[in-house]
Design a protein around this ligand. Structure first.
Ligand code: HT7
Ligand code: ZN
Length: 872
């Protein structure tokens, strides 16, 4: 295993000004001819006389330099590189090679998905198409000619704009298409697609009046599920013009949906390739969450056109430069399209549940890592989600206008270049005359800082002092953690819930923590207030604060900051779930929920809020996964019991209200407007509480919802409730669902996932059976994720079974998958990394599986890296 270090970065020795590619496409044997204009990089100080190109799984046919066939003594070939000995300072290299898309189950490079051919080149897939300087700081102008059978591949797409006449007819029933991308790009943004595809067409007029053709390509039977994707794209294009001043630059923007895809989507210049899951949506087959995800991912890939493509990364250590920034941009977009409060809560929930867990375990790394073995293992929640939080803090520190000025300068200064996170921060500094030297530590420090707050009120002087202490005790390697810059948004509430003025008119302020210990004093405070700290979750930290339960309830009732109001409710609920948990573990009497908390729930249920989706979140329990993240040793069984007891208490105390709201918001018909979506989420929350009562009436109501649903949100919500019932009754509902949806892959993924997440006692047995189902396929990542992935990450009860059967099952499948698709296998292996959070019996069981995987030969470097880091 070779470790690559950021400190070893050097500029490329050669550059490629022009790349002409010619493909003769066929599923079993594709011929690739490339013609590269190569020259020595004048900025490179190294004097290696040779050119070393990267290439893997390629069959060389021919090699020419400046039109002359190269003799074998002038080059060296191994399984990873092609070295041209002592070339001149400027020359044309022509390479011919073969590749086999149909055996490419790793889905990196050119591969076959159903009947189409498509590419995935990020991070290092281009080298599986032809030899190249496959690194992001080598940017080249690409022209592509594609030749293929007219009937099998009527649609031929690549990056940029079409050139010449539309597909030219050739001999042998073939045809050709030509594409030219005028923007220099690294090879990871190259793409091509060939297939028999249906297309939804539309157009967009940019802010400067240019007409852009918009095309969404799918398999024929999915054409009726593309209109939401198209609308999402138009929304994203308009929003990026308005919010960031970014205009689209080519004549055409294409999206292609493919069934076999390792991740969510890919931002290839002008030709985005998407997992079908993030394109296809109809009310019947997709949930409201799916609709929202489609818009978010379409936005995300579109926003990369500037944050990633026009300005790209110098090297893969800079991945968060494009990913963290683009996630921040897509979060702002979704907040604008939906509800700011709801979007923030959902994002923070995800960050704190999953990214905090990653950052507390053996796979913890900074948002700019300093080393890696396999870059595909670094497309992590830390790079994406924590990366976005770091950008958000810069936004908070500079304010909306200052941040925008900084982004404008960044795009202008670095357009067409491959740059670093340092360059990004410098642009923000320069545009605002700011100094972010200390702030930059967020890029190099791993771990989640903890900030402890204490407050004191001085009655005589009418002052209120808030004191902070920051600690960063992450398990990662750096010993001396320096204090970070932590923006803390804060407000103060009086006894009536009114916001106090802090500085003149303002009721909310941002305190800038820069030291390990720091205090801030507010004057003219007439009575001791209740502090509302870390409003909007202004920094990705763990806040430790000793508020009384009365203060928490006060904030839950009155906080004007939507995030902190929700947070206060979650804190109250977590407190009682943990108290119940302790009582269960110690065999004590379970403590009651205080009347005041139940009363606050009642008041929220009775009070119609304008934002119904937010109201649903206010009334939701913290997830078991989030609670587990906060425990030093997880006792899954006690946690499940405690969660259930608190849910049942709220369900029975407020039964009439849940029922009334269920009926008031349950409309069998559907609508995709925000009010209908919010009503469904509220109604399904009511159903979830009511199901905790375990009564026949509620079960009948749930079955009726399942049977009469005319939208996937309601159908799947009801089936999810039924999936946990320990009776054979629910088999018939799963059978009915399968019969109804057996031709819709994405719906069948949901069918698999619900069974894989079931709490039923025989869940593992059922999951094992599912892997033998005729529709299960190890070569389809979505299927693998919906069965093995769902079991390993969303069924903690059975995954952590005390006999080790869950761990063994997942390890078996990691090994099976590794020889097919190492990237996806490595992602599954992440689930075994959290062993330190469990009791010693489970720790031994998990470590035994990790060691078994580690000892297996052959083993991909993807899985090997995750497993060996997990064992440290
Ligand atoms: N930038 C894209 C990353 C990606 C990817 C990375 C490794 C292997 C396969 C992949 N597919 C897509 C996605 C994005 O963040 O926009
Ligand atoms: Zn991205």
């Amino acid at each position: 295993q070779k470790t690559i270090y950021l400190k070893d970065y050097t500029v490329p020795e050669f550059l490629i000004s022009k790349t002409e590619l010619h493909f003769d496409l066929s599923a079993d044997k594709t011929l690739v001819n490339s013609r590269l204009n190569i020259y020595r990089n004048p900025d490179c100080k190294k004097t290696n006389p040779d050119l070393v190109l990267m290439g893997e799984e390629l069959t060389l046919i021919d090699l020419k330099v400046d039109g002359e066939r190269l003799h074998p003594e002038h080059y060296t070939l191994d399984d990873k590189t092609l070295t041209i000995h002592n070339p001149s300072a400027r020359f044309v290299l022509e390479i011919s090679n073969h590749i086999n898309p149909s055996t490419n189950t790793a889905l990196s490079g050119l591969y076959k998905s159903n009947t189409m051919l498509c590419t995935q080149c990020e991070a290092e897939g281009f080298r599986r198409i032809t030899w190249f300087l496959d690194r992001p700081d080598v940017m080249s102008i690409f022209s592509v000619t594609m030749v293929a059978d007219k009937d099998e591949y009527p649609v031929l797409l690549s990056n940029g704009n079409r050139t010449g006449s539309p597909n030219i007819a050739l001999a042998d029933n073939k045809h050709a298409a030509r594409w030219h991308d005028p923007f220099p790009k690294p090879s990871y943004l190259f793409a091509l697609v060939a297939g028999d595809l249906a297309c939804l067409k539309d157009s967009f007029t940019t802010c400067s009046g240019r007409e852009v053709a918009l095309e969404v390509y799918v398999e024929e039977h999915d054409l009726d599920k593309t209109s939401h994707a198209m609308q999402s794209l138009k929304n994203a294009m308009r929003w990026d013009e308005q919010a960031f001043g970014r205009e689209y630059d080519l004549d055409i923007y294409m999206i292609v949906a493919v069934s076999h895809f390792n991740m969510g989507a890919m931002e290839n210049k002008g030709l985005n390739i998407f997992n079908t899951k993030y394109v296809l949506a109809s009310e019947k087959t997709a949930t409201d969450a799916d609709f929202e995800n489609v818009e978010a991912v379409i936005g995300h890939e579109y926003f990369h056109n500037w944050s990633g493509n026009r300005v790209t990364c110098r090297d893969w250590f800079q991945l968060s430069l494009k990913e963290g920034f683009t996630v921040f941009r897509d979060q702002q977009f979704t907040a604008h399209q939906t509800s700011e409060a709801v979007k923030r809560i959902k994002d923070v929930n995800m960050l704190r549940t999953h990214q905090f867990a990653e950052d507390a375990g053996p796979l913890s790394h900074p948002i700019r890592p300093s080393s890696f073995v396999e870059i595909n293992n670094f497309y992590t929640l830390t790079i994406y989600e924590k990366g976005a939080e770091v950008v958000r803090m810069l936004h908070t520190l500079l304010g909306e206008t200052g941040f925008r000025k900084g982004c404008d300068l960044y795009f202008e200064r670095y357009d067409g270049q491959a740059v670093t996170t340092e360059d990004f921060v410098t642009a923000l500094e320069d545009a605002n005359n700011a100094n972010f030297e200390q702030f930059k530590q967020w890029y190099s420090q791993a771990g989640t800082p903890t900030v402890t707050v204490t407050t004191s009120y001085n009655q005589n002087e009418k002052t209120y002092t808030v004191s902070f202490e920051q600690h960063n005790n992450s398990p990662s390697t750096q010993a001396n953690k320096e204090p970070l810059v932590i923006p803390i948004r804060l407000g103060l509430l009086d006894d009536n819930g009114k916001e106090l003025n802090l500085h003149g008119e303002q009721t909310s302020t941002v305190l800038e923590l820069t030291k390990a210990e720091q205090s801030f004093t507010f004057t003219d405070i007439n009575t001791e207030p209740t502090p509302s700290i870390l409003r909007g979750f202004s920094a990705p930290i763990k806040l430790q604060q000793t508020l009384s339960i009365e203060q928490k309830i006060h904030l839950f009732q009155h906080d004007k900051d939507a995030f902190n109001r929700w947070e206060a409710g979650q804190n109250c609920l977590s407190y009682f779930i943990f108290k119940t948990f302790d009582a269960i573990q110690n065999h004590h009497k379970v403590p009651p929920l205080p009347d005041e908390l139940v009363g606050t729930f009642r008041a929220i249920l009775q009070q119609p809020l304008a934002d119904l989706a937010y109201q649903s979140l206010l009334l939701s329990l913290p997830s078991k996964a989030y609670l587990a993240e906060q425990m030093s040793t997880i006792d899954i069984d006690a946690l499940y019991q405690a969660h259930r007891i608190v849910k049942q208490t709220l369900a029975s105390s407020l039964q009439d209200l849940w029922l009334a709201h269920y009926h008031a918001n349950h409309h069998v018909g559907a609508g995709t407007d925000s009010q209908s979506i919010a009503q469904r989420s509220f109604k399904n929350l009511c159903l979830d509480y009511l199901m905790a009562l375990e009564t026949d009436e509620v079960r009948s109501m749930c079955i009726q919802q399942f049977e009469t649903a005319r939208n996937m949100t309601d159908q799947i919500a009801a089936l999810a409730e039924l999936s946990h019932l320990d009776t054979s009754l629910n088999v018939s509902y799963f059978d009915a669902f399968y019969q109804q949806w057996k031709n819709e892959d994405l719906v069948i993924d949901k069918w698999f996932a619900l069974q894989a997440c079931s709490e039923k006692t025989d869940a593992l047995h059922s999951v094992k059976k599912l892997t033998q189902h005729p529709d299960f396929d190890m070569k389809t990542p979505n299927r693998v994720r919906s069965v093995i992935g769902a079991f390993a990450t969303a069924n903690p009860l059975h995954f952590n079974a005390i006999d080790g059967s869950g761990y063994e099952f997942v390890a078996d499948n990691i090994l099976l998958l590794d020889s097919i698709n190492p990237q996806v296998a490595a992602r599954l292996a992440n689930s075994l990394s959290h062993w330190k959070k469990f009791d010693s019996t489970r720790q031994q069981l998990i470590k035994a599986q990790l060691s078994r995987i580690q000892a297996h030969t052959p083993l991909s470097k993807d899985v090997s890296e995750i497993v060996s880091r997990s064992l440290t």
